[in-house]
Design a protein around this ligand. Structure first.
Ligand SMILES: *Cc1c(COP(=O)(O)O)cnc(C)c1O
Length: 375
């Protein structure tokens, strides 16, 4: 058996006719930029989120940058976030001239430890940027309470969490602006780059809409200096077809995660935890092992393809040197980065594949720990 880490061809293939038709329509209408497909997708995605506004843009990274700018985050401001995420989260903060201030993570949910945030708030703090990593919501109740006490904005990175819930409410409704990515491998993926910001604030929605399109008020009248950060009509047309399948795909992910929890039973493997009152969308299924690198190699020898999200915490990235952090500043994030392993998980994965992966995770976890005892 050969188990890929993800297999996108499964989802694209089942929709190929519909996707091709939607692309042909865009070509026939010559509506490549700001066409009706973008508006239709924005309305569909807003409805999916139960929110009044969704603004399509060119990527998840652009969504974060536009949201921060629209929330008036400026040079010199501090934004509190997690060191255990993809670098795009802080690229956006740094792109607007602000400084990312890290808080360590919770060992079980892999997300921002909300009990440590308050101690990091200074007079320069202007926003909190939680990341719902691996599809698992952060404790947004604490974060929104802190934000309201200290008058901070909440910009959330939901690039891995389309369709997640926290306290019976869509994750897209927790925060001033919630940012999504439609990078091909995400729970909802385009055939290229795309993203969106979801908000309940009419003023923010209007500002983001202008910023992503050259600060336009009308064709050649510009209220502000903006960007070319629009969503392509072609991507919107594809996303309109794929969005209909998202609930079903998320359900398949949840079923697969449940089976992994059932089948993986080794004392030497830690399974992902969840926060009570939250519904994850299982973007990734991330286990922990003391012998992570060896385990990954062994699994590879059985044609089981895994990944590491992420091997280097952001405070230790060469690119972040000037932020002034050092080793041991965030011990949990460092420990997690050295032990996490993402197992194959994608809609359409078969029960045989799940059993095959689980079996070898169990076998090799035991074997590696025995070797450790004897050396
Ligand atoms: C994918 C991702 C992003 C960036 O999205 P792009 O669409 O690739 O720009 C940001 N944050 C997280 C956590 C992501 O997983």
């Amino acid at each position: 058996m050969n188990v890929p880490f993800v297999d996108l061809s499964l989802q694209n293939h089942s929709l190929l006719e519909e996707i091709t038709h939607s692309i042909q329509t865009v070509i026939a209408n010559n509506s490549f930029i700001n066409g009706p497909d973008v508006t239709v997708f924005e309305n569909n995605f807003a409805k999916f989120c139960g929110a009044p506004y969704a603004i399509g843009c060119s990527s998840g990274t652009a969504a974060l940058k536009l949201a921060l700018l629209a929330c008036n985050i400026q040079p010199g401001d501090e934004v509190i976030t997690t060191p255990h995420t993809f670098i795009a989260t802080i690229e956006a903060i740094i792109a607007v001239g602000a400084k990312p201030v890290f808080v360590d993570i919770n060992e079980h949910t892999y997300n921002l430890d909300d009990t440590q945030i308050e101690a990091k708030i200074t007079s320069k703090t202007k926003a909190i940027l939680p990341v719902h990593l691996y599809g698992q919501p952060v404790n947004m109740k604490t974060i929104c309470e802190l934000a309201s006490i200290y008058k901070l904005k909440v910009i959330a990175d939901a690039a891995q969490a389309h369709g997640a819930y926290f306290h019976e409410k869509s994750i897209a409704l927790w925060g001033d602006a919630v940012c999504f990515s439609f990078y091909p491998g995400k729970n909802l993926g385009a055939l290229g780059d795309a993203g969106a910001v979801v908000t309940q604030d009419e003023h923010l929605a209007k500002k983001i809409r202008q910023l992503k399109d050259h600060g336009r008020q009308s064709k050649y009248k510009h209220d502000m200096i903006g960007f070319n950060d629009r969503m392509d009509s072609l991507q919107a047309a594809v996303l309109n077809v794929k969005l209909k399948k998202l609930p079903e795909w998320n359900k398949q992910r949840a079923d697969t995660a449940k089976k992994y929890h059932e089948f993986i039973c080794s004392n030497f493997i830690k399974l992902p935890g969840s926060l009570s009152g939250s519904t994850s969308v299982h973007h990734l299924f991330v286990i922990r092992s003391k012998h992570r690198d060896a385990l990954q190699k062994k699994l590879k020898s059985q044609n089981i393809h895994t990944n590491i999200h992420y091997p280097i915490p952001l405070h230790l990235q060469p690119a972040c040197h000037s932020l002034g952090y050092k080793r041991n500043d965030f011990p949990i994030a460092e420990k997690i980065a050295n032990s996490v392993l993402s197992l194959p998980l994608f809609p359409g994965m078969t029960i045989e594949e799940i059993k095959y992966v689980s079996k070898f995770v169990n076998i090799y976890a035991e074997m590696l720990s025995l070797q450790e005892v004897h050396t």
